[in-house]
Design a protein around this ligand. Structure first.
Ligand code: HPA
Length: 282
């Protein structure tokens, strides 16, 4: 089902509920992917709102997703942090997956920082790397699953939103500068979004590399499409939680536990430092 299964009133109702609980009115939102939830420990003066209390929100059964909104400050700036997300592979509709984005828009969010855990396709990457997303391949969208399908919701944006500018050029330049100042290693590349939940086969991994992807995951692209449709600026990061195994005879297997462990231990500290620097000057 397309995003149009909801009306503007549904998004507004959720936004009104959140506004009534929060002490801040953030213009910046951060979505935290698998294993990256500990980022919220950097927030101050925060309010926690479980997804299940917000009208219209559904919650994820996936381990590593806390299903909460944490609204506080970072470097003195009001920030709405979505700790966890729901995924298409859990059986939620595209509209449900992207619901929180339009709620953020109704709340006045202008900039979305979106993160995910991803498998490293680029042979130069290591588990624990942080990749700045400069473009994506929406394989789900290309195969007929796009959250904007159905009647266009003119209140949010136009029928055919541009995607060549999806990942904001100025925000990427700022992020590179902050990473250099802080001595943080930052990769940069293309994220490919698949539905999951099965990890990729070696042949699929080789195919995705040929397509030009550097990292692969099961989220993000739908949220970015909806965020761009309603005019938000987007800054995206993939935490490289594992290196994709492209040898059918390898002994190793990709596991969700590895995704969580690498995220928490290796990726979150750098992500906090980087976002502190970026958000301070936004
Ligand atoms: N493939 C797809 N999604 C992922 C991966 C992966 O290897 N790692 C974390 N999310």
């Amino acid at each position: 089902m397309p995003a149009s299964e909801f009306s503007v009133n549904n998004y507004r109702e959720a936004a009104q509920f959140i506004r009534g609980r929060a002490r801040h009115q953030p213009e910046i939102a951060v979505i935290l992917g698998s294993g990256l939830g500990d980022f919220v420990n950097a927030l101050e003066d925060f309010t926690i709102i479980p997804f299940k209390e917000v009208p219209g929100y559904v919650h994820s059964q996936v381990i590593g997703h806390s299903n909460r909104l944490v609204i506080g400050t970072l470097e003195g700036k009001p920030l709405l942090v979505q700790q966890g997300r729901v995924h298409f592979y859990e059986g939620w509709t595209m509209g449900q997956v992207a619901f929180p984005i339009r709620v953020m828009h109704e709340l006045g969010v202008k900039t979305l920082v979106i993160t995910n855990a991803a498998g490293g396709l680029n042979k130069g990457y290591e588990a624990g790397d942080l990749m700045l997303i400069h473009d994506h391949i929406n394989l789900l969208g290309m195969t007929g699953q796009n959250p904007l399908m159905g009647p266009n919701e003119d209140h949010y944006g136009e029928r055919f939103p541009a995607m060549n500018t999806a990942y904001d050029r100025e925000l990427r330049a700022l992020t590179r500068k902050v990473a250099a100042e802080r001595g943080l290693t930052l990769r940069e590349g293309v994220y490919v979004g698949l539905s999951g939940p099965a990890f990729e086969t070696p042949a699929e991994i080789k195919m995705l590399r040929i397509m030009g992807a550097d990292a692969v995951g099961m989220s993000t692209v739908n949220e970015v499409v909806v965020a761009r449709h309603c005019g938000m600026r987007v800054l995206g990061f993939s935490g490289i939680s594992n290196i994709c195994i492209d040898d059918p005879d390898a002994d190793l297997e990709a596991t969700h536990q590895e995704v969580l462990d690498v995220g928490t231990q290796k990726i979150v500290p750098g992500l906090i430092s980087l976002l502190r620097g970026v958000i301070a000057v936004l």
